[in-house]
Design a protein around this ligand. Structure first.
Ligand code: ADP
Ligand code: MG
Length: 354
Protein backbone atom coordinates (compact mmCIF):
# COMPACT_ATOMS: atom_id res chain seq x y z
CA UNK A 1 0.00 0.00 0.00
CA UNK A 2 3.04 2.30 -0.03
CA UNK A 3 3.43 4.05 -3.36
CA UNK A 4 5.97 2.57 -5.76
CA UNK A 5 7.91 0.44 -3.31
CA UNK A 6 7.52 -3.27 -4.11
CA UNK A 7 6.24 -5.36 -1.24
CA UNK A 8 8.11 -8.41 -0.08
CA UNK A 9 6.80 -11.65 -1.58
CA UNK A 10 6.02 -14.25 1.05
CA UNK A 11 4.87 -17.81 0.96
CA UNK A 12 1.32 -18.31 2.27
CA UNK A 13 0.81 -20.66 5.20
CA UNK A 14 -0.46 -24.07 4.22
CA UNK A 15 -3.52 -23.46 6.38
CA UNK A 16 -4.34 -20.26 4.46
CA UNK A 17 -3.83 -21.98 1.11
CA UNK A 18 -6.14 -24.81 2.11
CA UNK A 19 -8.80 -22.48 3.38
CA UNK A 20 -8.78 -20.43 0.17
CA UNK A 21 -8.98 -23.59 -1.93
CA UNK A 22 -11.77 -24.96 0.24
CA UNK A 23 -13.81 -21.79 -0.18
CA UNK A 24 -13.57 -22.24 -3.94
CA UNK A 25 -14.62 -25.89 -4.06
CA UNK A 26 -17.40 -25.42 -1.53
CA UNK A 27 -19.14 -22.20 -2.43
CA UNK A 28 -22.47 -23.11 -0.91
CA UNK A 29 -24.22 -26.05 0.78
CA UNK A 30 -25.40 -27.47 -2.56
CA UNK A 31 -21.78 -27.83 -3.79
CA UNK A 32 -20.84 -29.76 -0.69
CA UNK A 33 -23.85 -32.03 -1.09
CA UNK A 34 -23.09 -32.63 -4.75
CA UNK A 35 -19.54 -33.68 -3.90
CA UNK A 36 -20.72 -35.98 -1.14
CA UNK A 37 -23.45 -37.54 -3.30
CA UNK A 38 -20.84 -38.21 -5.96
CA UNK A 39 -18.68 -39.94 -3.38
CA UNK A 40 -21.64 -42.11 -2.39
CA UNK A 41 -22.27 -43.03 -6.03
CA UNK A 42 -18.57 -43.72 -6.53
CA UNK A 43 -18.79 -46.06 -3.53
CA UNK A 44 -21.55 -48.01 -5.27
CA UNK A 45 -24.38 -46.89 -3.01
CA UNK A 46 -27.95 -47.66 -4.06
CA UNK A 47 -29.48 -45.61 -1.29
CA UNK A 48 -28.52 -42.02 -0.52
CA UNK A 49 -30.35 -40.13 2.19
CA UNK A 50 -29.76 -36.48 2.82
CA UNK A 51 -30.95 -34.50 5.84
CA UNK A 52 -30.30 -30.78 6.22
CA UNK A 53 -30.92 -28.06 8.75
CA UNK A 54 -31.23 -24.40 7.75
CA UNK A 55 -30.60 -25.10 4.09
CA UNK A 56 -27.45 -27.02 4.94
CA UNK A 57 -25.86 -24.11 6.80
CA UNK A 58 -26.40 -25.69 10.24
CA UNK A 59 -26.25 -29.33 9.23
CA UNK A 60 -25.72 -31.50 6.19
CA UNK A 61 -25.98 -35.21 6.80
CA UNK A 62 -25.66 -37.78 4.09
CA UNK A 63 -26.01 -41.48 4.62
CA UNK A 64 -25.25 -44.11 2.00
CA UNK A 65 -25.04 -47.88 1.79
CA UNK A 66 -21.89 -47.97 -0.33
CA UNK A 67 -18.55 -49.69 0.20
CA UNK A 68 -17.62 -47.77 3.34
CA UNK A 69 -14.13 -46.48 4.14
CA UNK A 70 -11.42 -48.74 5.51
CA UNK A 71 -10.51 -47.99 9.11
CA UNK A 72 -6.87 -47.54 8.17
CA UNK A 73 -7.79 -44.89 5.59
CA UNK A 74 -9.79 -42.80 8.00
CA UNK A 75 -6.74 -40.94 9.24
CA UNK A 76 -6.04 -39.31 5.87
CA UNK A 77 -9.48 -39.29 4.25
CA UNK A 78 -9.97 -35.55 4.84
CA UNK A 79 -6.47 -34.50 3.84
CA UNK A 80 -6.08 -32.60 0.61
CA UNK A 81 -5.18 -34.68 -2.46
CA UNK A 82 -5.87 -38.06 -0.88
CA UNK A 83 -8.00 -40.30 -3.09
CA UNK A 84 -8.72 -43.96 -3.75
CA UNK A 85 -9.62 -43.23 -7.36
CA UNK A 86 -6.61 -41.90 -9.24
CA UNK A 87 -2.98 -42.92 -9.21
CA UNK A 88 -1.35 -41.48 -12.34
CA UNK A 89 -2.21 -38.46 -14.44
CA UNK A 90 -2.74 -40.75 -17.45
CA UNK A 91 -5.55 -42.50 -15.56
CA UNK A 92 -7.61 -39.35 -16.03
CA UNK A 93 -8.38 -40.25 -19.63
CA UNK A 94 -10.16 -43.42 -18.55
CA UNK A 95 -11.54 -42.37 -15.19
CA UNK A 96 -15.06 -43.63 -14.55
CA UNK A 97 -15.59 -42.19 -11.10
CA UNK A 98 -16.88 -38.70 -10.33
CA UNK A 99 -14.03 -37.94 -7.99
CA UNK A 100 -10.33 -38.11 -8.57
CA UNK A 101 -8.66 -35.07 -7.07
CA UNK A 102 -9.26 -35.82 -3.41
CA UNK A 103 -10.29 -32.28 -2.59
CA UNK A 104 -13.93 -32.51 -1.65
CA UNK A 105 -13.82 -33.89 1.86
CA UNK A 106 -10.72 -31.87 2.63
CA UNK A 107 -12.51 -28.73 1.53
CA UNK A 108 -15.60 -29.48 3.57
CA UNK A 109 -13.44 -30.15 6.63
CA UNK A 110 -11.85 -26.70 6.26
CA UNK A 111 -15.18 -24.88 6.29
CA UNK A 112 -17.33 -27.09 8.57
CA UNK A 113 -17.14 -29.55 11.47
CA UNK A 114 -17.07 -32.96 9.83
CA UNK A 115 -17.90 -36.32 11.38
CA UNK A 116 -17.64 -39.59 9.47
CA UNK A 117 -19.20 -42.87 10.55
CA UNK A 118 -18.42 -45.74 8.22
CA UNK A 119 -18.37 -49.48 7.96
CA UNK A 120 -17.05 -51.79 5.26
CA UNK A 121 -18.46 -55.24 4.50
CA UNK A 122 -15.45 -56.93 6.14
CA UNK A 123 -15.53 -54.95 9.35
CA UNK A 124 -17.28 -56.23 12.47
CA UNK A 125 -18.34 -52.75 13.53
CA UNK A 126 -18.53 -49.20 12.28
CA UNK A 127 -15.93 -46.52 13.06
CA UNK A 128 -16.43 -42.90 13.75
CA UNK A 129 -14.13 -39.89 13.71
CA UNK A 130 -14.36 -36.11 13.59
CA UNK A 131 -12.22 -33.79 11.51
CA UNK A 132 -11.10 -30.19 11.34
CA UNK A 133 -8.90 -28.55 8.72
CA UNK A 134 -8.12 -31.85 7.03
CA UNK A 135 -7.04 -33.68 10.17
CA UNK A 136 -8.67 -36.22 12.41
CA UNK A 137 -9.40 -34.85 15.86
CA UNK A 138 -8.63 -36.71 19.08
CA UNK A 139 -11.81 -37.91 20.77
CA UNK A 140 -10.82 -36.18 23.98
CA UNK A 141 -8.54 -33.17 24.35
CA UNK A 142 -4.94 -34.33 24.56
CA UNK A 143 -5.93 -37.85 23.55
CA UNK A 144 -4.94 -39.86 20.50
CA UNK A 145 -6.60 -39.22 17.14
CA UNK A 146 -8.06 -42.56 16.14
CA UNK A 147 -11.39 -43.84 14.86
CA UNK A 148 -13.75 -45.00 17.62
CA UNK A 149 -15.63 -48.26 17.14
CA UNK A 150 -19.40 -47.93 17.20
CA UNK A 151 -22.58 -49.55 15.88
CA UNK A 152 -23.61 -48.94 12.31
CA UNK A 153 -24.64 -50.50 9.00
CA UNK A 154 -22.41 -50.95 6.00
CA UNK A 155 -21.88 -47.67 4.22
CA UNK A 156 -20.94 -44.18 5.20
CA UNK A 157 -22.59 -41.34 7.01
CA UNK A 158 -20.96 -37.94 6.77
CA UNK A 159 -22.18 -34.93 8.65
CA UNK A 160 -20.99 -31.40 8.20
CA UNK A 161 -22.08 -28.93 10.83
CA UNK A 162 -21.94 -25.14 10.92
CA UNK A 163 -20.85 -24.67 7.34
CA UNK A 164 -18.71 -21.52 6.91
CA UNK A 165 -18.42 -21.04 10.67
CA UNK A 166 -14.97 -19.61 9.92
CA UNK A 167 -16.05 -17.54 6.90
CA UNK A 168 -18.58 -15.13 8.38
CA UNK A 169 -19.00 -13.02 5.24
CA UNK A 170 -19.85 -16.04 3.13
CA UNK A 171 -22.18 -17.34 5.79
CA UNK A 172 -24.07 -14.08 6.09
CA UNK A 173 -24.56 -13.87 2.34
CA UNK A 174 -26.45 -17.18 2.23
CA UNK A 175 -30.13 -17.62 3.05
CA UNK A 176 -31.29 -21.00 4.31
CA UNK A 177 -34.51 -21.13 2.29
CA UNK A 178 -32.76 -20.28 -0.96
CA UNK A 179 -30.01 -22.80 -0.30
CA UNK A 180 -32.60 -25.44 0.42
CA UNK A 181 -34.13 -25.05 -3.01
CA UNK A 182 -30.71 -25.33 -4.65
CA UNK A 183 -30.09 -28.52 -2.68
CA UNK A 184 -33.46 -29.94 -3.69
CA UNK A 185 -32.73 -29.03 -7.29
CA UNK A 186 -29.38 -30.78 -7.45
CA UNK A 187 -30.58 -33.89 -5.62
CA UNK A 188 -33.58 -34.06 -7.94
CA UNK A 189 -31.33 -33.96 -11.00
CA UNK A 190 -29.01 -36.63 -9.64
CA UNK A 191 -32.03 -38.76 -8.76
CA UNK A 192 -33.28 -38.48 -12.34
CA UNK A 193 -29.93 -39.43 -13.81
CA UNK A 194 -29.33 -42.24 -11.36
CA UNK A 195 -32.51 -44.30 -11.46
CA UNK A 196 -31.76 -47.53 -9.66
CA UNK A 197 -30.48 -45.53 -6.70
CA UNK A 198 -32.97 -44.42 -4.03
CA UNK A 199 -32.61 -40.78 -3.01
CA UNK A 200 -34.29 -38.84 -0.24
CA UNK A 201 -33.96 -35.27 0.92
CA UNK A 202 -35.50 -34.19 4.20
CA UNK A 203 -35.40 -31.18 6.43
CA UNK A 204 -34.14 -32.21 9.85
CA UNK A 205 -37.02 -33.18 12.13
CA UNK A 206 -39.59 -33.31 9.33
CA UNK A 207 -41.37 -36.63 8.83
CA UNK A 208 -41.79 -36.41 5.06
CA UNK A 209 -39.15 -36.17 2.38
CA UNK A 210 -39.23 -33.32 -0.12
CA UNK A 211 -37.38 -35.37 -2.71
CA UNK A 212 -37.87 -39.09 -2.80
CA UNK A 213 -37.25 -41.82 -5.34
CA UNK A 214 -37.32 -45.57 -4.93
CA UNK A 215 -34.60 -47.95 -5.94
CA UNK A 216 -37.08 -49.85 -8.08
CA UNK A 217 -38.61 -46.91 -9.97
CA UNK A 218 -37.70 -46.21 -13.58
CA UNK A 219 -36.22 -43.07 -15.06
CA UNK A 220 -39.52 -41.91 -16.54
CA UNK A 221 -41.41 -42.72 -13.33
CA UNK A 222 -38.90 -40.58 -11.46
CA UNK A 223 -39.37 -37.70 -13.89
CA UNK A 224 -43.12 -37.91 -13.28
CA UNK A 225 -42.68 -38.07 -9.51
CA UNK A 226 -40.20 -35.24 -9.28
CA UNK A 227 -41.29 -32.88 -12.07
CA UNK A 228 -45.01 -33.60 -12.04
CA UNK A 229 -47.41 -36.05 -13.63
CA UNK A 230 -48.12 -33.64 -16.51
CA UNK A 231 -44.47 -33.83 -17.56
CA UNK A 232 -44.46 -37.59 -17.08
CA UNK A 233 -47.43 -38.04 -19.41
CA UNK A 234 -45.95 -36.09 -22.32
CA UNK A 235 -42.47 -37.56 -22.58
CA UNK A 236 -40.76 -38.63 -25.78
CA UNK A 237 -37.69 -40.84 -25.75
CA UNK A 238 -34.98 -39.47 -28.03
CA UNK A 239 -31.57 -40.84 -28.89
CA UNK A 240 -28.74 -40.71 -31.38
CA UNK A 241 -25.33 -42.22 -31.74
CA UNK A 242 -22.16 -41.77 -33.76
CA UNK A 243 -19.60 -44.43 -33.05
CA UNK A 244 -17.06 -42.94 -35.43
CA UNK A 245 -16.94 -39.68 -33.48
CA UNK A 246 -17.42 -41.48 -30.20
CA UNK A 247 -20.66 -40.15 -28.75
CA UNK A 248 -24.18 -41.24 -27.95
CA UNK A 249 -27.15 -39.46 -26.51
CA UNK A 250 -30.32 -40.69 -24.92
CA UNK A 251 -32.94 -38.51 -23.34
CA UNK A 252 -36.53 -37.84 -22.46
CA UNK A 253 -38.08 -34.61 -23.63
CA UNK A 254 -41.63 -33.32 -23.54
CA UNK A 255 -43.73 -33.26 -26.72
CA UNK A 256 -45.56 -30.28 -28.18
CA UNK A 257 -48.54 -30.82 -25.84
CA UNK A 258 -46.50 -29.64 -22.91
CA UNK A 259 -45.03 -26.26 -22.20
CA UNK A 260 -43.99 -24.17 -19.22
CA UNK A 261 -42.75 -20.64 -18.67
CA UNK A 262 -39.25 -21.67 -17.73
CA UNK A 263 -37.05 -24.11 -19.59
CA UNK A 264 -36.13 -27.18 -17.58
CA UNK A 265 -32.86 -28.40 -19.03
CA UNK A 266 -31.05 -31.28 -17.34
CA UNK A 267 -27.89 -32.30 -19.12
CA UNK A 268 -25.42 -34.93 -18.03
CA UNK A 269 -22.28 -35.45 -20.06
CA UNK A 270 -20.34 -38.54 -19.08
CA UNK A 271 -22.54 -38.66 -15.97
CA UNK A 272 -21.55 -35.18 -14.85
CA UNK A 273 -24.22 -32.53 -14.44
CA UNK A 274 -23.16 -29.76 -16.80
CA UNK A 275 -24.44 -27.00 -18.99
CA UNK A 276 -23.77 -26.51 -22.64
CA UNK A 277 -25.03 -23.27 -24.12
CA UNK A 278 -24.72 -24.65 -27.65
CA UNK A 279 -26.87 -27.73 -26.97
CA UNK A 280 -29.39 -25.72 -25.00
CA UNK A 281 -29.77 -23.17 -27.79
CA UNK A 282 -30.03 -25.80 -30.50
CA UNK A 283 -32.86 -27.55 -28.66
CA UNK A 284 -34.71 -24.35 -27.79
CA UNK A 285 -34.52 -23.48 -31.46
CA UNK A 286 -36.31 -26.71 -32.43
CA UNK A 287 -39.08 -26.17 -29.88
CA UNK A 288 -39.62 -22.57 -30.97
CA UNK A 289 -41.40 -23.97 -34.03
CA UNK A 290 -43.68 -26.21 -31.96
CA UNK A 291 -44.51 -24.36 -28.75
CA UNK A 292 -46.39 -21.11 -28.16
CA UNK A 293 -44.20 -18.03 -27.81
CA UNK A 294 -42.36 -17.71 -24.47
CA UNK A 295 -43.02 -21.25 -23.45
CA UNK A 296 -40.55 -24.04 -23.02
CA UNK A 297 -40.12 -27.79 -22.77
CA UNK A 298 -38.71 -30.15 -20.16
CA UNK A 299 -35.47 -31.74 -21.34
CA UNK A 300 -33.45 -34.50 -19.73
CA UNK A 301 -30.51 -35.68 -21.72
CA UNK A 302 -27.54 -37.91 -21.08
CA UNK A 303 -24.63 -37.73 -23.49
CA UNK A 304 -21.61 -39.98 -23.42
CA UNK A 305 -18.54 -38.77 -25.20
CA UNK A 306 -15.36 -40.76 -25.72
CA UNK A 307 -13.03 -39.65 -22.89
CA UNK A 308 -10.38 -38.70 -25.44
CA UNK A 309 -12.75 -36.03 -26.80
CA UNK A 310 -13.52 -34.27 -23.55
CA UNK A 311 -11.39 -32.76 -20.82
CA UNK A 312 -12.61 -33.84 -17.39
CA UNK A 313 -9.84 -32.05 -15.59
CA UNK A 314 -11.74 -28.85 -14.96
CA UNK A 315 -12.46 -27.20 -11.65
CA UNK A 316 -15.24 -28.94 -9.66
CA UNK A 317 -17.46 -25.87 -9.79
CA UNK A 318 -17.07 -25.26 -13.53
CA UNK A 319 -20.37 -26.02 -15.11
CA UNK A 320 -20.10 -25.18 -18.80
CA UNK A 321 -18.37 -27.85 -20.91
CA UNK A 322 -16.73 -27.97 -24.30
CA UNK A 323 -15.75 -31.03 -26.25
CA UNK A 324 -14.36 -32.06 -29.62
CA UNK A 325 -16.65 -32.19 -32.66
CA UNK A 326 -19.06 -29.96 -30.80
CA UNK A 327 -20.84 -28.86 -33.99
CA UNK A 328 -21.54 -32.40 -35.14
CA UNK A 329 -22.73 -33.48 -31.71
CA UNK A 330 -25.01 -30.46 -31.36
CA UNK A 331 -26.44 -30.98 -34.81
CA UNK A 332 -27.25 -34.64 -34.32
CA UNK A 333 -28.78 -33.99 -30.91
CA UNK A 334 -30.90 -31.28 -32.51
CA UNK A 335 -32.00 -33.62 -35.29
CA UNK A 336 -32.91 -36.36 -32.81
CA UNK A 337 -35.18 -33.96 -30.93
CA UNK A 338 -36.72 -32.67 -34.15
CA UNK A 339 -37.40 -36.24 -35.31
CA UNK A 340 -38.98 -37.03 -31.96
CA UNK A 341 -41.29 -34.03 -32.14
CA UNK A 342 -42.25 -34.70 -35.75
CA UNK A 343 -42.99 -38.33 -35.00
CA UNK A 344 -45.55 -37.52 -32.38
CA UNK A 345 -48.89 -36.70 -33.87
CA UNK A 346 -49.94 -33.41 -32.32
CA UNK A 347 -52.70 -31.75 -34.26
CA UNK A 348 -52.45 -28.30 -32.66
CA UNK A 349 -48.93 -27.90 -33.96
CA UNK A 350 -50.07 -28.36 -37.52
CA UNK A 351 -52.93 -25.86 -37.24
CA UNK A 352 -50.71 -23.11 -35.93
CA UNK A 353 -47.98 -23.88 -38.46
CA UNK A 354 -50.29 -23.60 -41.50
P1 ADP B 1 -12.22 -37.95 -4.47
O1 ADP B 1 -13.69 -38.28 -4.58
O2 ADP B 1 -11.77 -36.98 -5.51
O3 ADP B 1 -11.36 -39.17 -4.37
P2 ADP B 1 -12.96 -36.88 -1.90
O4 ADP B 1 -12.33 -35.86 -1.03
O5 ADP B 1 -14.33 -36.59 -2.41
O6 ADP B 1 -11.98 -37.15 -3.11
O7 ADP B 1 -12.95 -38.25 -1.12
C1 ADP B 1 -11.72 -38.78 -0.69
C2 ADP B 1 -11.79 -40.30 -0.58
O8 ADP B 1 -12.64 -40.65 0.50
C3 ADP B 1 -12.38 -40.99 -1.79
O9 ADP B 1 -11.38 -41.25 -2.78
C4 ADP B 1 -12.95 -42.26 -1.18
O10 ADP B 1 -11.97 -43.26 -1.09
C5 ADP B 1 -13.34 -41.84 0.23
N1 ADP B 1 -14.77 -41.56 0.37
C6 ADP B 1 -15.36 -40.35 0.47
N2 ADP B 1 -16.71 -40.45 0.62
C7 ADP B 1 -16.99 -41.77 0.62
C8 ADP B 1 -18.20 -42.55 0.73
N3 ADP B 1 -19.40 -41.96 0.88
N4 ADP B 1 -18.08 -43.89 0.69
C9 ADP B 1 -16.88 -44.51 0.56
N5 ADP B 1 -15.71 -43.83 0.44
C10 ADP B 1 -15.74 -42.49 0.47
MG1 MG C 1 -15.25 -36.98 -4.30
Amino acid sequence: ASGNVPQKIQRLDEAVVNKIAAGEVVQRPANAIKEMMENSLDAGAISIQVVVKAGGLKLIQIQDNGSGIRKEDMMIVCERFTTSKLRKFEDLSSISTYGFRGEALASVSHVAHVTITTRTAESKCAYKASYADGKMLPSKPGGLAEPRPCAGNQGTQISAEDLFYNMPTRKRALKGSEEYSRIADIITKYAIHNSGVAFTLKKHGEPVADVRTLQSSSLTENIGTLYGASVGRELLAVSCENSRLGFKMSGHVTNANYSVKKLQFILFINHRLVDSASIRKAIECVYAAYLPKNSHPFIYMSIEIAPANIDVNVHPTKHEVHFLHEDVVVESVQRAVEDGLLGCNVSRTYYTQA
